[in-house]
Ligand binder design. Structure first.
Ligand code: IMP
Ligand code: MG
Length: 198
């Protein structure tokens, strides 16, 4: 195991947890047709796997946002770069996120979506980095509690890399990885001998 990174959540654990989340959501929304909304780009991998574990008619939609400076500077205010294609008025909305960190972006987004008068809004986040939360918010469906360390893989990036790593890796030395991104090559699909700690 490297000092630069370690496997935080392996692909099998992720798969099993998403199965459970899908079952729970299926039970909670029985008889309804929720709209699952993913915030590009990180949440798209999670959304793709999650919808295949939900046994209900679901709609999906995407939003893309860009920040004014860092999340903390902008207090979460974002510019909507790509808006939803569907009208969510009267619908049950589930926001599907890869990770909730400070919560600033998401709480702002929730206030924007609430103004469109959906029947309900719930948050489903694969990872909850609760130690860093600034804006309190309810995460109704949570995959895992995430330690306060930078993570990549399963949709999460470092400078747009590593979204395609099937596991979630904790990065302990960002500078080393930035200067040698090939360190994670064994974790890419088909990247050689099966890494340990899966
Ligand atoms: P926040 O909750 O407003 O601070 O922002 C959350 C967003 O920051 C997430 O949707 C991710 O795009 C990004 N992010 C936060 N923590 C990490 C991490 O550990 N790795 C990769 N992206 C992260
Ligand atoms: Mg995100």
């Amino acid at each position: 195991m490297s000092e630069v990174f370690s496997v935080e959540f392996g692909r099998e654990d992720i798969r099993r947890r998403i199965e459970e989340l899908g079952r729970t959501i299926t039970g909670d929304y029985r008889g309804r047709e929720p709209v699952l909304i993913s915030v590009l780009k990180g949440g798209s991998v999670f959304l793709a796997d999650l919808i295949r574990q939900i046994a209900l008619p679901v709609a999906i939609d995407y939003m893309s946002i860009s920040r004014y400076g860092g999340a903390a500077e902008s207090l979460g205010r974002v510019r909507i770069v790509k808006d939803l294609e569907q009208d969510i008025g009267g619908r049950d909305v589930v926001i599907v996120e890869d990770i909730v960190d400070t919560g600033l972006t998401l709480s702002y987004l929730i206030s924007v979506l609430e103004s469109r008068e959906p029947a309900s809004i719930a948050v489903c986040a694969l990872l909850d980095k609760s130690a860093r939360r600034i804006a309190p918010l309810e995460i109704r469906y949570r995959g895992f509690e995430c330690p306060d360390v930078f993570v990549v893989g399963y949709g999460l990036d470092l400078d747009e890399r590593f979204r395609n790593v099937p596991d979630i890796l904790a990065i302990h030395d960002l500078e080393s990885l930035r200067s040698d991104p090939d360190l994670l090559a064994p974790y890419l699909p088909g990247g050689g001998p099966a890494p340990e700690d899966r």
